[in-house]
Design a protein around this ligand. Sequence first.
Ligand SMILES: Nc1ncnc2c1ncn2[C@@H]1O[C@H](COP(=O)(O)OP(=O)(O)OP(=O)(O)O)[C@@H](O)[C@H]1O
Length: 256
Amino acid sequence: MTQPALTVEGLVFGRGQPLFSPLSFCCKPGEIWAVLGANGLGKSTLLDTLTGVLPALAGHFTVQGGVSIVPQSFRPAFDWSVHDVVLMGRARHVGLLSMPSKQDNRHVDNALRRLNLHTLARSTFLTLSGGQQQLVMIARALVSGNRTLLLDEPCSALDLANQQIVLQLIATLAHREARSVVFTTHDPTHAWQVADNTLLLLPDQQWLAGKTHTLLSEENLQRAYGIPVRRIQLDDAHGAALVPLFDLRRQEPGGL
Ligand SMILES: Nc1ncnc2c1ncn2[C@@H]1O[C@H](COP(=O)(O)OP(=O)(O)OP(=O)(O)O)[C@@H](O)[C@H]1O
């Protein structure tokens, strides 16, 4: 049997106050989990707990083979080049007071190429757009070599073509490289298209976890977001889209 890369058992997490009833799930090598739930429910707090930034309030978790996180945003202390920000992901491979090796630089070049960022390698990080910065942070996690990757809304600032690049990358990392990937998203279609399993955070400290295609029913999504969501079946290659039915009223000019 494959040993899970990430095992969460009875985990209670939050910044002082528990956000959910005890949480349990496990992510095997080669598996993708999506985490969905309304704003402010605790998705980022969960990822910060799994990387050890925040202490668990109860229960426990184990991570085999190292873990990297791609945060929602990153503000470097100094305006380093894109190449150097990605190189930081190699920190545990570069000895203290040593220079990065040719191999470290090769990892950086490969990661930048995978994300179509190679032409920006010499640009400074702070001159990039929000979406470009998000891609650089993903490259930084890639070069770490860690077996588990946690991505906090990795597509939130990306255009459609770059969303496809990142979703494809998530699938490749899991299916070809047997890495375990957990990503948070506000787009249930992204979860539907690439995640084997989903953790759906609900109001009142409840949660559901299971196979994405079973769990992301119209009923469960309405429970999570409080608005109706319709599942639209696409062709065989594209699966389904999960589309919110917004109740938008036309505003008359001069009205309040
Ligand atoms: N630095 C902080 N200090 C205190 N409370 C915080 C801090 N960051 C987040 N919180 C609180 O913790 C709770 C969970 O926040 P978290 O950022 O984990 O939610 P989220 O589900 O990731 O939200 P979003 O979808 O908006 O990114 C919220 O009530 C939030 O106000």
